[in-house]
Design a protein around this ligand. Structure first.
Ligand code: ADP
Length: 410
């Protein structure tokens, strides 16, 4: 998407991602002093600061993406206006991805997001990732080839993070491929080293640009095409693989294709045994509620813009009664009074945390509602905490309205 890849952070945060976490500005400008002062306090290495930064950036985006999605649905009879709104939504989504990736990079560089090494069944993980990318590949008529060996390979890595890197490489292999192209995925173990390779028959990377591939915000000309991206995925991938004591690299020939590879250490036996009893928890999965007639939905949220958004969004469900509450206490009272079927719960309420509301709801014997978090707190650890506390599902803001609507008509 042209025109967006130049967005970095404001001087309030002054992150120089090319050289490390903090910008050491030697000038005497106000911004420089501000950057140094932040550097001294090392706030970007502080988990709470990063969580707040993520939350604050996502909150206004929720309104931008949310309302433009709604308007898009309502403006089908006015194609010009609809196109403008679609551009707002597209820009909002780009910003959303950029914020997500930037926060991720800041977290990794600041050591806020520790790596949890475990034993990973490489073939299984590759298979899961290929399944996820299959729809996009099919749209471009790209064939993905993968033939795992019968003997499994176990690598020592952080499951979620390795998955993220493989998805990034697969997504690039499809994005920068040609119509009806091919992607070949393979994994092997040789002399104690595991190598995963993803080979594509795509546009390749010009020789003179190859040393920039892992640098943040470098899109190597893709910013002038309609291929969406932020130029951050590979720099994040490199950081992550190196944290796992691995290596990532590539070879490429312009107009012929590229081969990206990851080298990882094999898992030791102890980790391997642990892996057998571990089940993969999908944090974003939802146990969709059974919808009955005269559905009652309680939305506990203090932000009036979000309430307005939800009201407009749910207007199409004539049989649905929306009840709102702006504090945890009021929410609990409404839940007792109306016995809602679904509760959408903001996690940062003025009087208590969403998880406290959840705990108190569980104390009420008459409570049988499905409770879904709707929150700008989007860090995996925050989502995991809520899932462990027994939440039925987690919507991160900006809310994907299609997902929410699907939940109500399931
Ligand atoms: P982006 O969000 O732009 O895809 P990445 O960090 O994943 O960011 O990749 C950086 C750049 O490297 C891309 O913009 C693209 O120019 C180039 N690139 C990455 N993977 C490939 C590939 N498989 N084939 C050709 N070019 C690629």
């Amino acid at each position: 998407m042209q025109g967006y890849s130049g967005i970095i952070l404001s001087n309030d945060v002054a992150v120089d991602l090319g050289k490390g976490i903090m910008k050491k500005d030697n000038g005497e400008s106000k911004e420089g002093k501000q950057a140094r002062s932040i550097n001294q306090q090392s706030r970007l290495g502080d988990a709470e600061f990063v969580a707040n930064l993520s939350h604050e950036l996502r909150t206004p985006l929720n309104a931008i993406v949310g309302f433009s999605q709604l308007l898009n649905q309502q403006l089908s009879h006015l194609p010009d206006q609809q196109e403008s709104v679609q551009m707002i939504e597209q820009a909002g989504r780009h910003l959303w991805e950029l914020i997500d990736q930037l926060i991720d990079l800041v977290k990794i560089e600041g050591g806020v997001s520790p790596i949890a090494m475990e034993s990973i069944d490489v073939y299984q993980l590759l298979k899961d990732c290929i399944d996820l990318i299959a729809i996009v590949a099919k749209d471009k008529q790209i064939k993905v080839f993968f033939t795992p060996d019968s003997e499994p390979i176990y690598a020592k890595a952080d499951r979620l993070r390795l998955r993220q890197v493989i998805l990034n490489l697969l997504s690039n292999a499809v994005k920068y491929n040609v119509e009806s192209g091919e992607v070949h995925v393979a994994a092997s173990i040789l002399e104690g080293n595991i190598t995963i390779s993803i080979v594509d028959s795509g546009i390749g990377i010009e020789k003179s640009l190859q040393d920039k591939v892992f640098q943040p915000f470098q899109r190597l000309g893709a910013q002038f095409s309609d291929i969406e991206g932020t130029g951050l995925g590979l720099s994040i991938s490199k950081e992550l693989i190196e944290l796992m004591a691995g290596e990532i690299g590539f070879t490429s020939q312009e107009f012929e294709g590229s081969r990206f590879f990851i080298k990882l250490l094999p898992a030791d036996n102890e980790l391997r045994d642990k892996n057998k009893i571990q089940t993969i928890q999908t944090l974003t999965s939802f146990n969709a509620p059974l919808i009955k007639e005269n559905l009652k939905l309680l939305y506990i949220e203090d932000n009036p813009t979000n309430i307005r958004f939800m009201r407009l969004l749910l207007e199409e469900f004539a049989e649905l009664e929306l009840i709102t509450a702006t504090t945890g206490k009021e929410g609990l009272a409404q839940a007792k009074k109306f016995h809602p079927d679904i509760i959408l719960l903001d996690m940062r309420l003025p009087d208590m945390h969403g998880l406290e509301v959840l705990e108190k709801l569980a104390e009420d014997a008459a409570h049988s509602a499905k409770v879904y978090a709707v929150s700008a707190d989007a860090l995996p650890a925050q989502i995991e905490l809520a899932m462990h506390a027994g939440i039925d599902g987690y919507f991160t803001k900006p809310i994907d309205i299609n997902r929410l609507q699907k939940l109500l008509v399931a």
